[in-house]
Design a protein around this ligand. Structure first.
Ligand code: NAD
Length: 561
């Protein structure tokens, strides 16, 4: 017998969840477990008497206990393990803890600490979560998908572990990323946990140290050549879409050798996006639009310089260009205002033949400059963005040069984790004498400079992808379009209060994430309908309907099925 699922029961006026498990089986099912939170009536009805201590504890007190233990840990990795252990024991409590302490815990379950967790994945591993599709077993993918117990999966986040944050090829250890991102989907947007599926597409690894690590859990062979890589991804996509035809697939942390091609291959065929490219683009554009509220200038007047010319740079550049076009510039004129620097120096027309495809649209006529300071002097950017994973690249002389040319430069060192940031918040404010409009990829604490407190914003993709995903899933979008991300960026920028701007924050308070995601979902649904890709038309009370479908982690009453 198929029992109704939580997402169906939750919509009822007096929801009661029928459960077919009893006793220890119930306590050991993280989706159903309430631990000490089972009331006496359920302890009687479900064979739990004596299996938990006598005191019935409220979820608020359970949250308190988790946080008390959490704060006793003195290492971030231990904090991560503590939270994941809870995830494995009691999902409702895990998500409630995250939701109530989002600002404190996001840096642990996501960047920067998830980077450490990925590096140590095989060593801290306790229990499987999500699915592993090993390239060498691609012939079995179509059968394997039926091993997953849920019939309704709305969102898959998939990586091949080839470029985890700024840390490079971590092979199967990269699984921490889909797990973390999907937790953020649940808390950020209110996607039901049972409708999420983290996936590792194990293509092998070229990381020699990992291959020699006896505790490494992935395939130890070298990564597959391209000729075999794409058919394996095709097989994976076919298998999951055969079982879950409406699923949204988010590509995550694929090396840029494949990221662009995968997006180009699938984006017009199915519901998918690449967060490193499109999500990053939208969240960064939102930060820039907020900064322009302070400078009083418009997007089409900006000159943009990227340090780094990979997935993130291209994604952000495309969104900025879309914004400039919206403001009236032609495609060529918009692109001519955007410059990139890669490991060989300024990306210029003379290098066209040897440039990767994704850099070519931004290769303009210019001198073969190599040093960033010289490049800044020549390009005269109003916006400098770091997405190179090169810590210290925004040196004091680079920041000072920038400030000599522009009254209020926008400075965005986005590389993650914190150890990779091009400069710190403190350096940015000090070297620019408080003039830089700053946001970073990893969080930095507030900075006191010359009697003023600056609260740096974090250009966290968390502001964008959950809302985009929620909107796309609820309207059963056939595809994700660029206009959806553009609408998401504008919606996010509109949520930044004047008070936040006055403290130098280019992003809203993360504590508002549910409201922000609901607003973004509404904007995305609206655009999807306008573009003819929504299979469900927006209801009259669009925002209200979206909020009604957001999962909130609380204990539902149970009855024996
Ligand atoms: P990527 O590997 O696709 O690109 C890195 C780029 O940096 C490449 O173009 C490379 O040529 C360039 N580079 C390397 N060394 C350089 C040097 N010395 N000087 C100039 N350029 C150099 O990676 P990506 O996906 O573009 O991500 C880059 C960084 O941005 C990562 O650290 C990632 O964590 C961060 N990121 C942040 C956010 C965010 O904050 N919201 C989102 C996505 C990515």
């Amino acid at each position: 017998m198929r029992l109704p699922k939580r997402h169906q029961i939750d919509l009822l006026d007096n929801p009661v969840l029928p459960v077919h498990k009893r006793g220890r089986d119930l306590l050991y099912d993280p989706a159903l477990n309430k631990g000490t939170g089972f009331p006496d009536s359920e302890r009687d009805a479900l064979g739990l008497r004596g299996l938990v201590p006598p005191q019935v504890v409220s979820i608020d007190d359970q949250v308190r206990r988790v946080m008390e233990n959490y704060r006793r840990k003195d290492q971030d990795l231990e904090r991560y393990i503590h939270l994941e252990a809870l995830h494995d024991r009691n999902e409702t409590l895990y998500f409630r803890v995250l939701l109530e302490h989002l600002r404190e815990l996001t840096p642990i379950i996501y960047t920067p600490v998830v980077g450490q967790a990925c590096q140590a994945f095989g060593h801290i591993y306790r229990r499987a979560r999500g699915m592993y599709f090993c390239a060498r077993a691609s012939a079995y993918f179509r059968e394997m998908v039926y091993n997953w117990p849920e019939d309704d999966v709305d969102v898959i986040v998939v990586t091949d572990g080839s470029r985890i944050l700024g840390l490079g090829d971590l092979g199967t250890n990269g699984m921490g990323i889909p797990i973390g991102k999907l937790s953020l989907y649940v808390v950020g947007a209110g996607i039901y946990p049972e409708k999420t599926l983290p996936v590792m597409l194990d293509m092998g690894t070229d990381n020699a140290a990992l291959r020699e690590d006896p505790l490494y859990l992935g395939d130890r062979r070298p990564r597959l050549p391209d000729k075999q890589f794409y058919p394996v991804v095709d097989a994976f996509i076919r298998a999951v879409r055969e079982r879950w035809p409406h699923v949204l697939i988010q590509f995550e942390d694929f090396s840029n050798r494949h990221a662009f091609q995968l997006l180009a291959r699938y984006r017009d065929q199915m519901l998918c996006f690449n967060d490193d490219i499109q999500g990053t683009g939208a969240v960064t554009l939102a930060g820039i639009l907020s900064a322009l509220r302070i400078t009083g200038t418009s997007l089409d007047q900006q000159r943009v310089l990227f340090q780094g010319a990979g997935s993130a740079a291209r994604g952000i550049a495309d969104q900025i260009v879309a914004g400039m076009r919206d403001a009236g510039l032609s495609l060529e004129a918009a692109r001519s205002r955007v410059w990139m620097v890669d490991s060989q120096g300024l990306v210029i027309r003379d290098r066209l033949k040897s440039l990767a495809e994704h850099k070519r649209d931004f290769a303009h006529p210019g001198p073969p400059l190599k040093r960033l300071e010289e490049i800044v002097r020549w390009v005269r950017p109003t916006i400098l963005i770091g997405v190179s994973g090169q810590p210290g690249a925004f040196s004091e002389s680079v920041v000072r040069t920038l400030c000599q040319q522009v009254e209020r430069p926008i400075l965005l060192p986005l590389s993650n984790p914190t150890s990779k940031a091009e400069c710190t918040a403190e350096q940015a404010y000090r070297w620019s004498e408080g003039k830089a409009l700053f946001a970073s990829g990893s969080p930095f604490p507030p900075v006191d400079y010359r009697g003023k407190r600056f609260v740096p914003g974090q250009g966290n993709n968390l502001y964008i992808f959950p809302g985009v995903g929620l909107g796309a899933v609820l309207c059963r979008a056939k595809r994700i379009t660029d206009r959806m991300f553009y609408a998401a960026a504008r919606t996010l920028a509109d949520q930044v209060s004047e008070d936040s701007l006055a403290m130098g924050s280019l992003y809203p308070d993360l504590g508002l994430i549910r409201e922000i995601s609901a607003q973004i979902a509404a904007a995305v649904w609206q655009v999807a309908a306008e573009e003819g890709v929504a299979q469900i038309e927006p209801p009259a009370d669009l925002l209200g309907q979206i909020k009604r479908h957001q999962y909130y982690p609380r204990y539902l009453p149970y009855e024996a099925a």
